[in-house]
Write a protein that binds this ligand. Structure first.
Ligand code: NAD
Ligand code: MG
Length: 394
């Protein structure tokens, strides 16, 4: 029997997660409808999606793209409303017409809309990990108060969610084990990483993803952000969240229980599994992902992360231990550093140097004030920008 008809606001529709979500949605006509699609500024891509999915509203975050969106919708004879700007992202995230919000904008740019969805009590498929790192306590509080359901779709967190006790408790849980692929540079020494290019960093061995998270995977900052994300979503202390490198990316994460049982969720590395799980939960639907062929895989490998070659993971643990607004500083510095690397302004090894300098300079502060966190985010971006300008001139 088909579950309830759900109406989705898909934030970040033109991205990698956006595309995977729409692929699953298209497999289940009659079960999901698209209430809103959003993009940053890629109007042509957004228009093509509007043509296929006929949303009630389409939003471009970049207001200068609004005329092209409006005209493009009219030229296609679509009744979709054209909206623009940050407020419009929050508007569709909180719109009573949409019961489900897929939070798939990249970076802290997704925070306000994710928070708006939490306050409005939506079912939230949470991909935008940066908003959890930046303001996890406030986001969870808003979800509690607003009556929202947070469904993790980051593959590791989705795996853990599936392996935790069904009653939502933590009884008997000893540790969470987050798996990491190790990224494209696994096994290399730090000195071998000085000259790697953005194209090499984005060529992930197992996953096809947007550029920012691809670089995060190459530096292991992605795993660092995910440890902080897990701490918030699952409420376990840092010393009970461990990272193990598993290059095949088939075991998506594990939960270790005190009786020695270790439960894992496995699957081919394809985000459509986690997205289908979040879309239909607590039911199961087809995602289009091929069944796992264990004999073809033949083996699973595990190793410890190399914190010397990939210091970003250690920096994330440091920010998590410092607590308060330190993870917000970590995230902002990382966003600036990654964008600098992608633009060819910074070397790969400069990424952790820049982040460490920003953490060293961070004065601390609480995590329970959105104003303070946004100030830390803005201040850190400014500082990181200045530091980057200095590093470029070397
Ligand atoms: P992407 O770069 O492919 O897509 C990002 C989307 O966000 C695009 O639709 C873009 O238009 C929109 N966007 C970018 N900047 C924006 C801004 N300033 N304002 C509004 N919208 C903006 O990224 P992605 O790989 O799809 O990742 C999206 C999020 O999901 C990230 O937080 C990432 O960490 C997380 N995630 C991704 C994957 C994956 O497999 N791609 C896996 C787990 C988690
Ligand atoms: Mg992940």
């Amino acid at each position: 029997m088909a579950g309830p008809l759900r109406t989705l606001a898909l934030l970040g529709a033109t991205g990698s997660i956006g595309g995977s979500t729409l692929d699953v949605v298209a497999r289940h006509p009659g079960r999901f409808r698209i209430g809103a699609l959003t993009a940053n500024g890629r109007v042509e891509e957004l228009l093509a999606l509007c043509e296929s999915f006929r949303p009630d509203a389409a939003v471009v975050a970049d207001e200068t793209a609004w005329p092209a969106l409006r005209e493009g919708l009219a030229a296609r004879g679509l009744a979709t409303r054209a909206l623009a700007g940050a407020a419009a992202l929050e508007e569709v995230a909180a719109d009573p017409a949409n019961d489900t919000v897929v939070a798939a904008i990249v970076g802290a740019a997704g925070m306000a809309s994710t928070l708006a969805a939490a306050r409005a009590g939506k079912r939230i498929l949470l991909a935008n990990k940066e908003s959890v790192v930046l303001a996890g306590d406030l986001l969870l509080q808003a979800a509690r108060e607003g009556g929202a359901t947070l469904l993790p779709v980051d593959s590791e967190h989705n795996a853990i969610f599936q392996c935790l006790p069904a009653d939502g408790g933590r009884q008997g849980v000893r540790r969470l084990l987050l798996t990491a692929s190790g990224g494209p540079f696994r096994g290399r020494r730090r000195e071998d990483l000085a000259a790697v290019t953005p194209a090499q960093a984005c060529a992930h061995p197992n996953w096809s993803m947007g550029p920012k998270i691809s670089v995060d995977s190459a530096t292991l900052m992605n795993k660092g952000l995910e440890v902080i994300e897990a701490r918030h979503l699952f409420g376990l202390p840092p010393e009970r969240i461990e990272v193990v490198v598993h290059p095949q990316s088939v075991i998506h994460s594990l939960v270790d229980y005190i009786d020695g049982s270790v439960l894992a969720q496995l699957g081919n590395p394809d985000m459509r599994t986690a997205l289908a799980h979040g879309l239909a939960w607590p039911e199961r639907i087809d995602s289009g992902v091929a069944p796992l062929d264990l004999p073809a895989l033949a083996r699973f490998d595990f190793e410890k992360p190399d914190l010397d070659a990939f210091p970003c993971l250690g920096l994330a643990y440091r920010a998590m231990a410092a607590g308060g607004s330190a993870p917000a500083a970590l995230n902002a510095a990382n966003e600036v550093a990654v964008s600098g690397f992608l633009q060819g302004r910074l070397g790969f090894l400069d990424i952790p140097v820049l982040i460490q300098a920003c953490l060293d300079a961070h004065a601390g502060g609480p995590a329970d004030s959105l104003g303070h966190l946004l100030e830390v985010d803005a201040d850190t971006r400014r500082r990181a920008g200045q530091l980057m300008a200095g590093m470029e001139r070397r």
